[in-house]
Write a protein that binds this ligand. Structure first.
Ligand code: ADP
Length: 257
């Protein structure tokens, strides 16, 4: 039997299609000839405007789930839809287009283009998506201003602090106005000041209506999410009163193990 968790955000009530729908997703890796059942049946619905934090012990399947949602890997079973569009079963071209339209992703170690300026790092995804360079750079400047590093447009990423580097990575992830901002341990490589900068930024983006799904070990990050779901052994452990504080705020999470 699979677990089911429904996360019901209240903003963007006009958008009837959920931002994210995960149904019956399973994923097994072959490692040293022994199968590792990384995801054992995950069901999850995330409405627009929700800030969801996935927590749980190392190896419980959090990053695997995030990668599948991002279209970076494919499930063995089950379906994933972002804004109603299938991530699974698409052709490479469809998947690339879907990712550009709907997904912005932030990694623990930033993955910045070190040979390009701050502005170029943020403008590039929009240019790849077909926007004119000038329009892409204008949006990139606006984003960098909004994210508090507008004075760094001409700098190379290497001169930025850790917190600024992650803010740059977040600006880049937002370049194409994604339906979902995904983040895998976004504060994991930062000191506490840098982590705080990123937490405040995520919180601000959420207040502005951005849907966020992230994986974290950091309880300070989880504290600003409106919903926290815990994973264990490849499943979402719902109805966990200690971590699912969203339950007290009208969020429903139903799970059976
Ligand atoms: P978490 O993010 O919760 O730490 P992961 O999703 O990274 O967990 O991993 C879940 C399980 O799947 C772990 O046992 C991990 O070793 C295994 N795993 C993840 N990716 C691979 C892979 N590419 N090949 C083999 N095993 C993997």
């Amino acid at each position: 039997m699979t677990d089911a968790a429904t996360v019901d955000g209240t903003t963007h009530a006009d958008k009837h299609t959920p931002a994210l729908e995960v149904h019956g997703v399973r994923k097994t890796f072959e490692a040293d000839n022994a199968p590792v059942r990384a995801l054992r049946g995950v069901d999850l619905t995330v409405e627009h405007g929700t800030f969801l934090a996935l927590m749980g012990p190392s190896g419980c399947g959090k990053s695997t789930l995030l990668n599948l949602v991002a279209g970076l890997d494919v499930p063995d079973e089950g379906t994933i839809k972002v804004a109603g569009e299938e991530v699974t079963g698409s052709t490479e071209d469809e998947l690339a287009r879907m990712r550009r339209r709907h997904i912005g992703i932030v990694f623990q170690f930033f993955n910045l283009l070190e040979g390009m300026t701050v502005l170029e790092n943020v403008a590039l995804p929009a240019i790849i998506a077909g926007r004119k360079r000038k329009a892409a750079e204008t949006r990139a400047r606006d984003l960098l201003d909004l994210l508090g590093i507008g004075d760094k447009v001409s700098a190379m990423p290497g001169v930025l602090s850790g917190g600024q580097r992650q803010r740059l990575a977040i600006a880049r992830a937002l370049a194409n106005e994604p339906t979902l901002l995904l983040a895998d341990e976004p504060t994991g490589a930062l000191d506490s000041a840098g982590g705080q900068e990123v937490i405040e930024l995520l919180s601000r983006l959420h207040s502005g209506g951005q849907t966020i799904v992230l994986v974290t070990h950091d309880s300070d990050v989880a504290a600003v999410a409106d919903t926290v779901l815990k994973m264990r052994d490849g499943r979402i452990v719902a109805n966990d009163a200690e971590v699912n504080k969203g339950a007290a705020e009208g969020v429903t999470a139903i799970g059976t193990l």
